[in-house]
Write a protein that binds this ligand. Structure first.
Ligand code: GDP
Length: 541
């Protein structure tokens, strides 16, 4: 297959949703279609206290939530699919945000009884900023749902997203009898199969077919006909160009657990979604390279290899005790044993231990293409956001930073394992599990950690103990807001600055000044009293 054909068949996406909307269930069904279940061992029901293929960390098992992202790769209908799993719990949204920098499209799963929920909204915003295509699946139609028209209205009013339904539900809850495909004008009838383990048997017919008439009660039939007329008359026509630029979302309805409407979704998604797109390379001085790189778009068919690391995961396999850097390939062809430049350090590295990943299973990968995600084992020098390339003029800056909301001091209460503690903490910080800052007036020996949610701190403690055998102590710090301050002479002597009680100062790891606030009020007071000090949500580049 030619490189162009290899790239054109890649589909790299993530499923975004509020917890419990059905992301795991849908993922499992996709794997079923991709014939990939055998690779993972059986994907199991979480209710039986067993983990699914993508839930493999001990802590995840204990809590029944998904913490770390994995990559699920499978072939379906000629497409090479990279499905990037994202942690669902809100405390891990930072990790999820980073994963979303590596995808070319997103599938938004919504519980049709609940509509757009908080976590979906946040994740959607991250996708929208990147302009990637977003497809919508209204799940759980076998249960009583909101009116489907109201669900579309919510996409418009809550997310500001124009929608175009491709698949329309026939009834809901007990009267859910199937879906109507607005493209082919065909009805797919749904039959309940206990457990929904296999593809539900489907009958395809016209809306006015006697079989369909017989299945639908008069009320549902009339309602559906009215809704379809309304959509045909007043709905947004499907606009592929708008979809591929993230301006319109195709909407599908179905039921993941019953495996109904899933194939229609998968087929439609893979057809209308996009192959890998060119990425922006930024202007930056790279070590050992004579001039700064120039900002430009790197075409996916650029023969030079490039990619960026968007996630680091340590010790996926307790037996191996190693570390995997996940690399999203952006251009060129990856070949095992190739030598690339690590742009941040300017060093040449040989990529000999590269893996295709599937939950906890690995398979050595000899070649890979733009859109693919590979795991690189054993390079402790790699950090999140690093570019690896054979072209010194390419450097990506794809890692968004997010405002921290919780803060805690961590320290080592047991001097006997101080060395292990320091090594472990350094490693975890490099992985980006949490961020760290230097706070003025920090207790001796304590490091200030900042995260999006408190569970991230627990992960740090748990991993220090289980992977580095190091004890740690957490003491909550009183702030809820962190801002970066533009450099200003007054910051050299913060005690001269007028602040409300509880406000503190510090620096990030690059020595940029930061200000820490206990609440909104103290922030507003600061802005009012110190107009000359400019604050930002993100570090100043
Ligand atoms: P996640 O948190 O988004 O990964 O959600 P899960 O896939 O774990 O699903 C949450 C719950 O919803 C589980 O109990 C599923 O069995 C259930 N569920 C998923 N899809 C459907 C569906 O189509 N219909 C119904 N009734 N329940 C569903």
């Amino acid at each position: 297959m030619s490189p162009a054909a290899e790239i054109a068949r890649r589909r790299t996406f993530a499923i975004i949703s509020h917890p419990d909307a059905g992301k795991t269930t849908l993922t499992e069904k996709f794997l079923l279609y991709g014939n990939a279940i055998h690779l993972a061992g059986a994907v199991k029901d979480r209710k039986n206290q067993r983990a699914t293929a993508s839930d493999w960390m001990e802590l995840e098992k204990q809590r029944g939530i998904s913490i770390s992202s994995t990559v699920l790769q499978f072939d379906y209908n000629g497409c090479a699919v990279n499905l990037l799993d994202t942690p669902g719990h809100k405390d891990f949204s930072e990790d999820t945000y980073r994963v979303l920098t590596a995808v070319d499209a997103a599938l938004m799963v919504i519980d049709a009884a609940k509509g757009v929920e908080a976590q979906t909204r946040k994740l959607f915003e991250v996708c929208r900023r990147r302009g990637v295509p977003i497809f919508t699946f209204m799940n759980k139609c076998d249960r009583p749902t909101m009116n489907p028209i109201a669900l579309l209205d919510e996409l418009e009013s809550v997310l500001g997203l124009q929608s175009s339904p491709v698949i329309w539900p026939l009834g809901n809850g007990p009267s859910f009898k199937g879906v109507f495909d607005r493209r082919t004008r065909e009805v797919h009838l749904f039959e309940r199969v206990p457990g929904g383990k296999f593809q539900a048997p489907v009958n395809v017919a016209d809306l006015n077919d006697p079989l369909v008439r017989e299945k639908l009660d008069d009320y549902t039939f009339d309602q559906v006909r009215e809704q379809l007329e309304m959509l045909d008359g007043a709905g947004h026509p499907f606009d592929l160009n708008a979809v591929q630029h993230g301006q319109q979302t195709p909407v599908y309805f179905g039921s993941a657990v019953n495996n109904f409407g899933i194939q229609l979704l998968l087929d439609g998604f893979l057809k209308d979604s996009v192959p890998p797109a060119p990425r922006k390379s930024v202007t930056i001085s790279v070590p050992g390279f004579p001039q700064p790189t120039t900002a430009r778009e790197v075409p996916v068919d650029d023969p030079k290899f490039s990619g960026f690391i968007f996630k680091i995961q340590a010790n996926m396999d307790a037996k191996h005790r190693d570390r995997i850097a996940f690399l999203r390939i952006c251009s060129g062809k990856f070949e095992r044993d190739m030598v690339v430049t690590h742009q941040r350090t300017g060093k040449q590295v040989r990529l000999s231990s590269s893996h295709k990943l599937f939950g906890r299973d690995r398979e050595t990968v000899d070649e890979a293409w733009p859109g693919d995600v590979i795991g690189l084992v054993g390079h402790s020098e790699f950090g999140i956001g690093d570019t690896l390339t054979t072209d010194r003029s390419i450097c990506y800056d794809e890692i968004p930073r997010f405002p921290s909301e919780v803060f805690s001091y961590i320290s080592n209460p047991n001097t006997g394992d101080a060395k292990k503690y320091r090594a472990g903490l350094e490693q975890l910080l490099q992985e980006g599990v949490v961020q760290s800052f230097n706070a003025r007036n920090a207790p001796p020996g304590a490091t200030l950690l900042a995260a999006v949610g408190p569970l991230q701190f627990e992960v740090v403690q748990w991993r220090l103990q289980s992977e580095y055998n190091a004890e740690s102590k957490l003491v909550p710090a009183p702030w809820t807001l962190l801002k970066w301050a533009e450099p200003h002479p007054a910051l050299k002597n913060p005690s001269s600055i007028v602040v409300a009680q509880g406000v503190s100062f510090g620096t990030d790891k690059f020595d940029n000044p930061i200000v820490l606030f206990p609440n909104d009020w103290t922030l507003r007071y600061f802005i009012e009293k110190n107009p000359e000090l400019k604050l930002h949500d993100m570090p100043i580049e």
